[in-house]
Design a protein around this ligand. Sequence first.
Ligand SMILES: C[S@@+](CC[C@H](N)C(=O)[O-])C[C@H]1O[C@@H](n2cnc3c(N)ncnc32)[C@H](O)[C@@H]1O
Length: 289
Amino acid sequence: MGNPHHHHHHHATADHDGSGMAELLDLDAEVLHAHLAEVTDLIAGLAADSPPRTILDLGSGTGTGVLTLLARFGEAEGIALDQDEHMLRRLTDRARALGLDRRVRTVQADLDTAWPSVGAVDLVWASASMHHMADPGRVLADVHAALRPGGLLAVLEMDSLPMPRFLPDDQGVGRPGLEARCHALLAEMRAEHMPLLGSDWGAPLAEAGFTVETERNFAIDLRPPLPAATGRYALATLRRVRSGVENLLDADDLAALDVLLDGDGPECVLRRTDLTVRTTRTVWLARRP
Ligand SMILES: C[S@@+](CC[C@H](N)C(=O)[O-])C[C@H]1O[C@@H](n2cnc3c(N)ncnc32)[C@H](O)[C@@H]1O
């Protein structure tokens, strides 16, 4: 499964532009918080008999998962694990601002290397991180071993691309379908470099010894009026999209994309009132028997 060299290359890139990615993760949380609440509701339902005391967030990024869960499960302590120290610093700042810093500790570790000694946990959360793993089967086996019997693992993933679509279909500043074309190009590249994106986690979970309790698909389709963060989310996302497709897109499409990204221009996504947020997410909730 996957070529480890690709993954290591990917890590280097992620570190390099860590701050842009970190901002994007924060905005993602802000805009999709209703979705997040639905997922934590599902977990609370499955953990009704014994609410989690120790929560491990795998590939925590800036901490959206663990911080949401700590707010939800008031008795719990959290461990945020990520390989990227910039992400973890940002997570610590966010935790402090929320008054949650005494309940969460950070562990910097590369899960492709070895499982770090984090002790026994009750709930593991892995959002948009499993598809990065060079050997997800090994990581799932390690998660299984770290969970107390009865403990839960939540795997959250996207169907194809991690970023939502923001423009109405007929929009693209004179280039209808612009965003769809960008996504198609990106999806082609992702399929090659990140084959696990959009894969089915049911079978690997069962293979690692888990019982899948719930699998739920979410079709997220937010329409105006949307929170102010949506424009910044669209801008940050489309900037990353541009850097992925700039050498593949035709000149007219690229020019149109630049109009959308021009922070001072009247057509900039920051000022558009017709933005949508459309994406799909799948959640697997699995238990260690
Ligand atoms: C797309 S982000 C998702 C962040 C967060 N879970 C969220 O949903 O907002 C993926 C995260 O996984 C981390 N990651 C990727 N591969 C990793 C590895 N091998 N070991 C530890 N962390 C890793 C990245 O540094 C990044 O912060």
